[in-house]
Design a protein around this ligand. Structure first.
Ligand code: NAD
Ligand code: LMR
Length: 332
């Protein structure tokens, strides 16, 4: 029997990530090739005409899985009945800005959209916050939508995770699909800690640790980390715009793995509500290694953490605590 369509909300859908993301969702990249979808696209009134243009293109693309399109500037209409919400709406940073510089504008959006989602989304709606500062926006959304289970609210660090896999694949000249189990700890910001201590590469003679193959700890503990931390800024410098196709693709990866499950023996990175695992303070949205089954994520437990990693994991937690305080001061 054919599956019932899932309503998928994309906020900021007239923007550049939105433009890359909605065709991916309509093609089944996010929820699978047999899952029909109804797209709900939200933007603000100045972008209404552009948003309508995106709707026209979606119709023109004749996607077989796309069963309807709602394009609106009304947040209640946008949120009604959605089973997946991808929150991209907000203001991107420009060259020279840190992600927390867009805090004032963006956290207030997440406070007001939290209540619309809480009241009007489908029960068990899964929420992914993409807009920066992504972890803190997700935390604000969680705090102002208390009836949405905290397990259902996440932020995007899969882009950083994929960037880490990409850097290792370039360095070792191996296929990116053969590299797995990198970890992004903490904030989607330049304080994040990309960790390859547990990452492996599938080789013709079996799975090998990344450290054993790279044979250059100085690179892994130095340039590799800063390249991943600064990749967003490097894209802005090169494109004069922030990353869009890679962000859209990572958002699809994040929701697909959350809903359909991570492959056996593989974990991914997701920004989720900290329960105190790995001595990360509870009450932050922090990126952890997770596996997903039956639509639920679980933090991978018991990984050994060395002193180098500990310091970096604590530093990014510290930044998140500061961002949380700053966000509350912006809202008061
Ligand atoms: P963009 O400016 O091209 O698009 C943003 C869209 O949001 C615009 O169309 C704007 O009108 C809309 N918008 C603004 N306020 C809104 C509101 N209250 N409700 C609904 N829509 C609203 O920006 P972009 O390049 O698409 O980036 C979007 C966000 O994603 C930025 O905050 C950016 O920094 C962030 N980002 C995050 C990641 C990540 O990995 N987490 C990666 C790339 C970009
Ligand atoms: C990214 O990582 O590409 C985005 O968060 C955009 C940015 O501001 O860096």
């Amino acid at each position: 029997m054919a599956k019932q369509p899932v309503r998928v909300l994309v906020t900021g859908a007239a923007g550049q990530i939105g433009y890359a993301l909605v065709p991916m969702i309509a093609r089944g990249v996010m929820l699978g090739p047999d899952q029909p979808v109804i797209l709900h696209m939200l933007d603000i009134p100045p972008a209404a005409e552009a948003l309508n243009g995106v709707k026209m293109e979606l119709i023109d693309a004749a996607f077989p899985l796309l069963k309807g399109v709602v394009a609106t500037t009304d947040v209640v209409e946008a949120c009604t009945g959605v089973g997946v919400a991808v929150m991209v709406g907000g203001f991107p940073r420009k060259e020279g800005m840190e992600r927390k510089d867009v805090m004032t504008k963006n956290v207030s959006i997440y406070k007001s959209q939290a209540s619309a989602l809480e009241k009007h989304a489908a029960a068990n709606c899964k929420v992914l916050v993409v807009a920066n500062p992504a972890n803190t926006n997700a935390l604000i959304l969680k705090e102002f939508a208390p009836s949405i289970p905290e397990k259902n609210i996440s932020c995007l660090t899969r882009l950083d995770h994929n960037r880490a896999l990409g850097q290792i694949s370039e360095r070792l000249k191996v296929q990116v699909c053969d590299v797995k189990n990198a970890i992004i700890w903490g904030n989607h910001s330049s304080s994040q800690y990309p960790d390859v201590n547990h990452a492996t590469v599938n080789t013709p003679s079996g799975e090998k640790p990344v450290r054993e193959l790279v044979k250059d700890d100085a690179w892994l503990n130095g340039e590799f980390i800063s390249t991943v931390q600064q990749r967003g800024a490097a894209i802005i410098k090169a494109r004069k715009l922030s990353s869009a196709l890679s962000a859209a693709s990572a958002a699809c990866d994040h929701i697909r793995d959350w809903v359909l499950g991570t492959p056996e023996g593989t974990w991914v990175s997701m920004g989720v509500y900290s329960d105190g695992s790995y001595n990360v303070p509870a009450g932050l949205i922090y990126s952890f290694p997770v596996t997903c089954r039956n639509g639920e994520w679980t933090i991978v437990q018991g990984l050994p953490i060395d002193e180098f990693s500990r310091k970096k994991m604590d530093a990014t937690a510290e930044e998140l605590s500061e961002e949380k305080a700053l966000a509350y001061s912006c809202l008061s």
